[in-house]
Design a protein around this ligand. Structure first.
Ligand SMILES: Cc1cc2nc3c(=O)[nH]c(=O)nc-3n(C[C@H](O)[C@H](O)[C@H](O)COP(=O)(O)O)c2cc1C
Length: 206
């Protein structure tokens, strides 16, 4: 039997706002992805650095056209039903890696059957995570990411969010057990966030 849109598993795109080797946010994103798979979702991890996007430049766009990486990100968005995003804050803002990639996405135009960048994101759920070795866990950037994705990309940012403080200790402490965060109360928040994204993604398929 061919899977219909109502019966297939929800597909989630897993994005880290840091491409750093050993990134705490990539690790947190993978933990969230693991939890999503346990709920029946399929996950694909995006390496934003591998998209090879230059710093956004309207003259470059005019002269050379849309970079392949921006079209690739649009295609991945179009092929998935929701997003799990973990990003550090840099000086209380989301990282340039994340914002630059999404700024490019925002100017991708629809062509043929392929939607525009914002057409590919519209109405899709996204769960926000942040991790930092600092005491605030990256929480200052989360409202900015929430506004950016909900207003400009028409995404449904689920109410649950997690900023993980002292993440180097948190994540290294739980390295032997990669299936949950060391602190049960924080792990419970992560569970609720992931469940919320998976549930919303399922609703879109129903
Ligand atoms: C330019 C820069 C600015 C930073 N600003 C903040 C900050 O505002 N708040 C914070 O908690 N950590 C800040 N950090 C520390 C990062 O949280 C830390 O490097 C973290 O490990 C980055 O995430 P990653 O492990 O996923 O790469 C900053 C780091 C850099 C390089």
């Amino acid at each position: 039997m061919t899977a219909t849109s109502a019966t297939r598993s929800p597909r989630l795109l897993v994005i880290s706002g840091s491409a750093r080797t050993g990134s705490l946010n990539s690790e947190l994103a993978e933990l969230a992805a693991h939890k999503a798979r346990a709920l029946g979702a399929e996950t694909s991890t995006v390496d934003l650095r591998a998209l090879g996007l230059p710093v956004f430049d309207a003259d470059l766009l005019q002269a050379q056209g849309m970079p392949q990486g921006a079209l690739q990100l649009r295609d991945w968005m179009a092929q998935h039903d929701g997003v799990l995003l973990a990003s550090p804050e840099y000086n209380a803002l989301p990282t340039p890696l994340f914002i630059n990639a999404f700024d490019w996405l925002s100017v991708v135009q629809a062509e043929g059957e392929a939607p525009s960048g914002t057409g590919a994101t519209a109405g899709k759920p996204v769960g926000l995570l942040a991790a930092s070795p600092g005491a605030l866990g990256g929480i200052r950037a989360l409202p900015i990411v929430r506004t950016y994705l909900s207003t400009n990309f028409a995404m449904v940012v689920v109410p649950e969010q997690l900023a993980l403080p002292l993440a180097d200790q948190q994540l290294s402490a739980e390295r032997a057990d990669r299936e949950r965060l060391a602190k049960p109360e924080l792990d419970a928040v992560l569970d609720r966030l992931v469940a919320s994204v998976v549930k919303q993604a399922r609703w879109r398929l129903a």
